[in-house]
Design a protein around this ligand. Structure first.
Ligand SMILES: Cc1cc2nc3c(=O)[nH]c(=O)nc-3n(C[C@H](O)[C@H](O)[C@H](O)COP(=O)(O)OP(=O)(O)OC[C@H]3O[C@@H](n4cnc5c(N)ncnc54)[C@H](O)[C@@H]3O)c2cc1C
Length: 411
């Protein structure tokens, strides 16, 4: 995405080249990207989104700071299309009601899309991504300098995985679950914090976020002269839960189709024109979505399968395949010998996974840090607080230390 969308380097907070996969029994597999040009880019959405928005404006787009309330779509949803929205441009808190008539609409308005509703696009199953942004002291952040952690296990996610991803000056710690398991989220989040506790020791929660993630495309993605892209369309991949690249890419593909079909702005593209974007999209990414769906169904189904998944990730061939599809957004074709080898390895790992998976699963603390080191850190933090109390200062750092202790007791 960085090169394809010509994103400047300073958009990326961290370049992750190390990935730790942690199995239900806390077996750890380290994956390392050797090539300096390859990395998983970690960014903050507020920074990325603002950059993209400003660039669109500098290239001629008119930005409106508004919230679309509803859309008139005309007879049989064939137009004319009128967006009714609250305009916040003047800085008023309530917004000013306004309308805008447009020739066509690209709905890039996320999982709760109003455009999808207006065009009767149909529903999709949803997963929920829940995460806490936890600020760590600088020394502690250095551990996550270029490392992301992915935890699997029914304790942290019955459906997907849980994560610790490094961001600018904090880590995002979260879990993904199907909507049907929504009631478990609190316990699952507690479990991921417990598993990663040795590294989150002095953490301070600075933000809590939860958002739906579509599980598959909507039944209708183009109706009349209205098209959906990104989460509004349902383009998050299974297995990895990745949607940012696919949102950007589908937006671009759809826009390119509009440009092409409008013949330099001389005609308004029709429903049939917009559907050409869908055809190109499905042809390009259909196989990727399918393969990731199959992987999800096999490897996230139970703890033995999750053990097998982590074990397989220690294999260099599997690592290369996984990373190629993750970094370059394509399913890499294997030669028959590789396929055969992989099939045997999968079967063997699944069989071994049965033995490795903990029965009556209990979360086990991550083994990445010694008790001695942890006690030392805690002692340091307590001493810092004690000396602040002594000097009678009610300073910012004291408040922070108290917050850390509170977080600690919660973890
Ligand atoms: C906790 C969490 C972690 C995630 N982690 C990753 C990750 O590591 N990698 C990855 O690739 N994906 C990740 N995803 C998925 C990713 O965030 C989405 O797939 C992606 O943001 C989709 O982009 P989008 O532009 O389609 O929708 P969104 O990012 O949801 O953007 C929709 C935009 O439309 C605006 N909008 C909505 N309704 C209206 C309205 N009525 N009027 C005006 N504007 C409106 C919103 O304000 C927003 O700006 C994560 C999701 C969550 C929830």
């Amino acid at each position: 995405m960085v090169s394809e969308f010509e994103l400047p380097e300073d958009i990326i907070d961290r370049k992750v080249r190390n990935m730790k996969m942690i199995s239900p029994s806390n077996r750890e597999v380290d994956i390392h990207l050797e090539n300096r040009n390859e990395y998983i880019g970690m960014c903050r959405r507020e920074v990325l989104d603002s950059f993209l928005r400003n660039r669109a404006a500098s290239l001629g787009a008119t930005l409106i700071n508004g919230l679309v309330q509803n859309i008139d779509t005309g007879v049989n949803r064939q137009g004319p299309y009128v967006l009714n929205y609250s305009d916040y441009s003047s800085g008023s808190l309530t917004g000013e009601l306004k309308s805008l008539e447009v020739d066509l609409i690209i709905g890039a308005d996320g999982a709760n899309s109003r455009v999808a509703k207006a065009m009767d696009a149909g529903d999709y199953n949803m997963a929920i991504a829940f995460q806490e942004r936890i600020r760590l002291p600088q020394e502690e952040m250095s551990y996550y300098e270029d490392l992301a952690e992915m935890y699997v296990g029914s304790d942290v996610s019955p459906d997907f995985y849980a994560w610790v991803f490094p961001k600018y000056d904090h880590v995002a710690v979260g879990t993904g679950t199907m909507q049907k398991n929504q009631s478990l989220i609190k316990g699952l989040q507690k479990a991921i914090r417990t598993r990663a506790s040795k590294r989150l020791l002095l953490g301070e929660v600075i933000k809590v976020e939860a958002h739906p993630i579509p599980e598959h495309p909507r039944p209708r993605r183009v109706v009349g002269r209205m098209a959906l892209v990104g989460d509004a369309a349902g383009y998050v991949t299974k297995s990895s839960g990745e949607g940012i690249y696919f949102a950007a890419k589908s937006g671009r593909m759809c826009a390119e189709q509009v440009v092409e079909s409008s013949v330099q702005g001389q005609r308004i593209p029709s429903e049939a024109d917009l559907k050409k974007y869908l055809k190109k999209w499905d042809k390009t990414y259909g196989p990727t979505y399918k393969v990731l769906e199959i992987l999800q169904n096999i490897f996230y189904s139970n703890d033995p399968a999750r053990e097998a998944f982590v074990e397989m990730c220690s294999d260099m061939d599997v690592q290369r395949l996984t990373f190629d599809s993750y970094l370059y957004k394509r399913v890499v074709a294997m030669n028959p010998w590789q396929q055969l080898k992989l099939t045997f390895r999968t079967l063997a790992s699944i069989l071994r996974g049965q033995a490795l998976a903990p029965s009556g699963y209990e979360p086990i603390n991550s083994v990445v840090r010694s008790e001695q080191e942890m006690n030392h850190l805690l002692e340091q933090s307590l001493q810092e607080r004690a000396s602040l109390n002594k000097s009678g200062q009610r300073s910012e750092s004291e408040a922070t230390a108290q917050e850390k202790a509170r977080v600690l007791s919660r973890t």
